[in-house]
Write a protein that binds this ligand. Sequence first.
Ligand code: ADP
Ligand code: MG
Length: 345
Amino acid sequence: MTSGHSLRVLLAIMLPTLLLSCERPVDERPVSRLSGATMGTTFSIQLVAPPHGVSMTTLEDQVTKTLASIEASMSTYRPDSELSRFNAHSGSDWFVVSAELCAVVAAAQGLSHLTGGAFDITVGPLVNLWGFGPDITVAQPPGAERIAEAMRLTGNQHLQTDCSVPALAKALPALYVDLSAYTKGYAVDRIASLLSDFGASNYFVEIGGEIRVTGSNAHNQPWSIAIEAPHRGASSVTRVVELSDASMATSGDYRNYFEHDGRIYSHTIDPRSGYPVSHSVAAVSVVADSTALADGLATALLVLGPIEGMQFAEQQDIAALFQLRTDAGVQERMSTRFARELAKP
Ligand code: ADP
Ligand code: MG
């Protein structure tokens, strides 16, 4: 789980605050905030008009426990997590895991099938070879032979789930499952359900730039979420979308990458070639009903690229915003659903 993009979200939250700082409107509702570190990045929560009788200390405790349990189960950065133990297991027998991990792996597998393997949680050996895994970072691209070798260790067909047990099985001893492109979104969904269970109906939850909002903000308006321009230096805003009950995730090539001989190698790998994505798409933002889905789809669309990715978004009626690098600077391309539902006139 790699560092995220929380800056673009901070901008979104700060804009209204700054504008309104000189005068507090009468309709402003109280906001409780929680933030911290998780999954190699940060999280932030805003709870508008917290329900009566809810203790923020109890809530914080529950949030911390939920995030810790997800990391203990699904992190490849923890050698003792359930997932790391499955990755280290070299047998092809059924490996019993928690029902939660099994369900997440099965859902991620479903997304792999849907995207024709563009999203692929078995991409781990390639992610690690390119230096974007938990162990080593690399300064230069690996050789073609090592890439071909890692590719032979990837592929969804080698991973099975049986969630009636619940258990996972691998057909290749070296199969390595990497849930990093899915778990931040999944954790956002878990925290959002937790807040709803506490009776909250207006909140914002964000982990590493993957977001879910429910209800309205302190000013009784939809939440304004800034989408960051994909610059490798200072941060700026491309556009602001207004969301009420929705999730948004962004995948980009501009935060986690290395540079060699004037070329950029990003942490999103095209499982079909074994190389980091290298087309003109600098970032893709997806708005969906679930944050886990938005997170995975954003990675898939980034892999698929400007043409195939947009075709897929149209076929599946996905609300997606592509930011492309062109000679004339960054240009936006919206899917029909994004343009209809999210672009301001
Ligand atoms: P982003 O916000 O840019 O999507 P994420 O951390 O959500 O960043 O996802 C990127 C991570 O997903 C990589 O660091 C790697 O561990 C993993 N990954 C890379 N390529 C793929 C892929 N094609 N399918 C699934 N996961 C991938
Ligand atoms: Mg992501």
